[in-house]
Design a protein. Structure first.
Length: 615
């Protein structure tokens, strides 16, 4: 938020002025002390800005490696959790009450503030925002471990007995979280404009309520499929969509541009701007275009194939037919051309122009006019094949095209969603001006997809499908016979369609792993066994491409073939594969925190304790 740093300046002033010594016969009337915060409207707002700035999530770059979206760096880095190597000592959640303490203190203090200092409607708006962030913080812990100690007022540090608060049931925590969100929705406006744009609104509160109740109705928290929970979730998600519609929110017309301006899709938004709150996307840039981190979130084959074609049909792939030149050529044509527009907005393909103004990089002689060839060629003496069983280092039989390739980029594809296309690599060290990005942790598309899922689980198939149709229409998929390529009709098939649509719509936005967890569908990862890849390979005898060539050109594409890699994480000594534990769905509590108050903080049952997260 653009207003998040003001609080830091005020804190500095408090420390500086508070350090002035009072003379023997002099009273320093200019001194500022913490109590004075509650006598000044701007200071009260600044206090809450600090909560907002510290609680608002940012771009989850690199999170794709937690599921089947992408891998980071040079590969061979599949996490222990994904391999099923888990213990209470490593897979725990810390109970962090920093921002709960701050919001509790804020709410208690605001109750005492004179209306002359904090008049309506500002008072109500600030209380609503504080309650939203308290709910947000509590849900962040409850979603991981189940019930936690509920603390709703400022604690008295001088009375140790009052500091001992036991874990509440999960149901009690959810009830309190929903109460905070209901209160917030009553107090907040539907939109903010001007310098207040980005503050929490009524629609954000209703949207979070819908999201949480959908989680609470999902198999993770609802293994018996209690339909009353789904009915509550449906009512909440429907109310959120209706409120958003009434306030003028909606799908932004151009999916690619959602993250480049303030627009009607952003229900929550974290505004990045130069220079106080700067974002350069270095971690997802290929090596020649970055300055520092590189090669995170390289898309895996599973995600590359998840995007449908422009006519809405599913992208077909048969690794066993890749050795057939005709099949291989047709697959490449289908893969690169006429795909869902979200594919091109999310995935950068080697052999196309990297969308930044870099010059004088390897082979890059003019901005946005030369292709970046992250592709491969067969090594001399190797036997060409359309299938590689595994990756070992730089691959035994192949090597990167060296004109401007990066041998550490093992897939040839990169994440480009939200990428700042105005900066070249030399500006990533902090000399850029005017850089901005708008990360949206909650956008209108999510509200639609949440409604779709809840409608389907409450036997409203037409409403469930209509939400998917809206999402696909915005993506530029052809309507066809009226269903944008969606053929699902039964509840089970619609459920699968929703899963697939969420995978595509929210790729690299931090949803995929959490969705699989709340659905209790880690089997989707385990059934893939390995992290698969797709390589763009120059045919033997073909001429190396020039940086003026482009893989989207049919005549250039005939020089290449698609090669499947069964395991991107294997070398001579390592054979990593998905093996997520299907018996541990909640994290453990941090054993170090339990040891402080073992009677108040029982461990979860899954980890040998007595606390049931499902109660």
């Amino acid at each position: 938020m653009k207003f998040s740093n003001k609080y830091k300046l005020i804190v500095f002033a408090l420390l500086a002025l508070g350090g002035c010594k009072k003379g023997l016969d002099y009273e320093n009337t200019a001194v500022i002390n913490p109590d004075n915060v509650w006598t000044n409207t701007n200071m009260i707002k600044a206090y809450l800005n600090d909560v907002h700035g510290g609680s608002m999530p940012g771009w989850p770059l690199g999170s794709g490696a937690s599921s089947d979206e992408g891998l980071n760096g040079s590969g061979v880095n599949l996490g222990n959790y994904q391999q099923g190597v888990i213990t209470a000592a490593t897979n725990f959640t810390n109970l962090n009450y920093t921002y709960i303490d701050k919001t509790n203190y804020f709410l208690d203090q605001v109750e005492k503030v004179s209306p002359n200092i904090l008049a309506e409607p500002l008072r109500s708006q600030l209380i609503g925002q504080a309650k939203f962030w308290r709910a947000w913080t509590y849900w962040g812990m409850v979603s991981q471990v189940g019930g936690v100690p509920l603390i709703l007022h400022t604690q008295d540090a001088t009375n140790p007995s009052t500091l001992k608060v036991p874990r509440s049931k999960t149901s009690e925590c959810v009830a309190q979280i929903i109460k905070d969100l209901d209160d917030a929705a009553q107090l907040l406006p539907a939109t903010f404009t001007g310098e207040d744009y980005g503050r929490i609104t009524r629609v954000a509160a209703l949207g979070l309520k819908g999201r949480i109740l959908m989680w609470y109705a999902s198999p993770l928290f609802n293994p018996t499929n209690d339909q009353t929970r789904w009915q509550a979730a449906y009512a909440a998600t429907k109310a959120a969509v209706d409120a958003a519609n009434a306030a003028g929110y909606g799908l932004f017309a151009n999916y690619r541009l959602i993250w480049y301006s303030a627009n009607k899709e952003q229900i929550m938004v974290n505004q990045y701007y130069y220079q106080d709150h700067y974002m350069n996307f270095a971690p997802i840039r290929p090596l020649p275009f970055t300055n520092g981190s590189t090669n995170n979130d390289q898309p895996l084959l599973q995600l590359l194939l998840a995007y449908p074609k422009k006519d809405g049909s599913t992208m077909q792939f048969d690794k066993n037919q890749l050795s057939d030149p005709a099949y291989n050529a047709q697959f490449l044509n289908d893969f690169y051309t006429n795909r869902d527009s979200r594919f091109y907005a999310t995935i950068f393909c080697g052999g196309t122009v990297y969308p930044t103004p870099d010059v004088n990089t390897i082979g890059m002689t003019a901005p946005r006019s030369r292709s970046y060839w992250n592709a491969w060629t067969w090594k001399t003496g190797s036997t060409p094949n359309a299938v590689l069983t595994h990756r070992d280092g730089s691959f035994q039989n192949i090597s990167p095209i060296i004109q401007n390739g990066d041998e550490n980029a093992v897939t040839g594809f990169f994440q480009r969603k939200g990428l700042d296309t105005l900066l070249d690599r030399n500006q990533l060290v902090g000399v850029a001006t005017g850089s901005k990005s708008y990360w949206s942790p909650m956008r209108y598309a999510e509200l639609l997809m949440n409604l779709s899922e809840c409608a389907n689980e409450t036997n409203k198939p037409a409403e469930a499908l209509n939400a998917i149709y809206q999402i696909r229409q915005r993506a530029g998929i052809n309507v066809g016979i009226g269903n944008y390529g969606v053929t699902a009709a039964s509840q089970t098939d619609i459920r699968t369609a929703i899963m697939n649509e969420r995978q595509v719509e929210f790729a690299f936005e931090g949803f995929r792993f959490n969705d699989l967890r709340r659905w209790k569908r880690f089997d989707i990862l385990n059934n893939q066994v390995y992290r698969h890849g797709l390589l763009l390979m120059l045919k033997q005898g073909a001429t190396l491409p020039a940086n003026t060539d482009n893989i989207m050109t049919a005549s250039v594409r005939t020089n290449f073939m698609a090669v499947y890699v069964d395991n991107l994480d294997r070398n001579a000594t390592i054979n990593q594969k998905y093996n997520l534990d299907l018996n541990h769905w909640f994290n453990a509590l941090n054993p170090a925190q339990i040891s402080i108050e073992p009677d108040m903080l029982p461990q979860n049952k899954e980890w040998g304790g007595t606390f049931d997260p499902l109660q």
